[in-house]
Design a protein around this ligand. Structure first.
Ligand code: PLP
Length: 385
């Protein structure tokens, strides 16, 4: 028998760690860009599992691939070879122009792998990260995540220096003999969709090359078409030494990956890193189907086109409490001069799910398959509020 909303929340309150601020909705099912709660109310989803459901919720091709794979082989560990992991590795290497892949299960885990690899490859301990950066909550990833509130209770963390984002000179000045790597988001997500100026990434690449410092680009949030390119690093044309992926990789199925250039990857030998579930047959089958959908439905181009459409509509709202609208593809931030939590609540009541990041920025990261009508309705709801 299905639980009602109060029964579900009651069990959460009683049994689950109190680590999240949850919206008062219990979601039962989802399809495309629409989610339905346990009372049958429908919402246009501009959160998409926080930039995860790029191909839309429960895409039939991903569902079919998961079903088919689950009937044949779910998991065997990395003690053995599987066809699905081989095929996915090849796809990812081709798409990213990196050379090798390490599979894991989340963004934080991909970042952990990247930091460990850079540490081993250089023999150095320190990382340079950007102010307001978010790279995850495990201790290594947390050491390069900026927010004091997240870090403080867990210090001491691994050594890291924070410099302003979009300031290449600050990186040049911060690099010392102890610096193993620089880690940057290609576009800062949790900080409120912060897009660096043209030329920033290129300059950082040059500084890293001059000083022999490894450049890690975290594409956990920006990957798989989200910003109107397969990966956001393509906007600047640079190639990182190490790259991290997760979120939209499995079409909603949890997985992550750390990729590296051949000579960097060569520093990880047997036993240096591992993950029981990393790249299991089921997750790889889901990711292969997900990539196929992105290609077939031309979602990267659609992200570009529909992102521009959304930004134009938001700009037309012309409200005096809107400070800035910025974005690339369907990763759009609307910075307000007021806190946005109230707006998120009111939008939800009117059937639109939105996310507020860095207190005053509404972040729009809907499925790339969202329709113009659904975007129109989203803007109409905002206008009403
Ligand atoms: C850029 C970036 N890196 C890493 C992470 C951590 O990913 P996960 O929550 O899958 O551990 C996130 C999550 O939001 C992220 O946006």
């Amino acid at each position: 028998m299905a639980l009602n909303y109060d029964e579900i929340v009651g069990k959460f309150d009683k049994y689950i760690f109190n680590t999240y601020t949850r919206q008062p909705v219990a979601i039962k099912k989802a399809c495309g860009a629409v989610v339905t709660d346990v009372n049958g109310k429908e919402y246009i989803d501009c959160v998409a599992g926080i930039a995860v459901n790029n191909v839309g919720h429960c895409h039939p091709a991903v569902v079919e691939a998961i079903k088919r794979q689950a009937e044949q082989l779910i998991h065997v560990s990395n003690l053995y070879y599987t066809e699905q992991q081989a095929l996915l590795a090849e796809q990812l290497v081709n798409l990213t122009e990196m050379d090798r892949v390490f599979f894991c299960n989340s963004g934080a885990e991909a970042v952990e792998g990247a930091l460990k690899l850079a540490r081993k490859a250089t023999g150095k301990k320190e990382f340079i990260a950007a102010e307001h950066a978010f790279h995850g909550r495990t201790r290594g990833a947390l050491s390069v995540t900026h927010k004091e509130k997240y870090r403080k209770p867990f210090e001491p963390l691994a050594p890291a220096v924070f410099v302003p984002y979009d300031d290449a000179d600050a990186i040049r000045e911060a690099i010392t003999e102890d610096t193993a790597g620089v880690i940057l988001e290609a576009i800062q997500g949790e900080a409120g969709v912060i897009i660096p100026s043209d030329g920033y990434m290129k300059e950082v690449r040059e500084i890293c090359d001059e000083t022999g410092t490894l450049l890690i680009v975290d594409e956990v949030q920006t990957g798989f078409g989200r910003t109107g390119k397969w990966f956001a690093r393509e906007h600047s044309g640079i190639k990182p030494d190490i790259m991290t992926l997760a979120k939209a990789m499995g079409g909603g199925f949890p997985m992550g990956a750390m990729l590296a250039r051949e000579d960097v990857a060569a520093n990880f030998g047997r036993g240096d890193h591992a993950s029981t579930f990393g790249g299991n047959a089921l997750s790889c089958a889901a990711a292969l189907a997900n990539i196929e959908v992105i290609k077939k439905e031309k979602l990267v181009a659609r992200s570009n086109e529909f992102g521009a459409y959304l930004m134009k509509k938001l700009k037309n709202l012309n409200k005096d409490y809107v400070k800035e609208i910025r974005g690339k593809g369907l990763m759009v931030g609307m910075e307000l001069s007021i806190k946005c939590e109230d707006i998120v609540g009111k939008a939800r009541e009117r059937g639109v799910l939105l996310n507020c990041t860095s207190d005053s920025t509404l972040r729009f990261v809907p499925p790339l398959s969202i329709t113009k009508e659904q975007l129109d309705r989203t803007v109409e709801v905002l206008d009403g509020i």
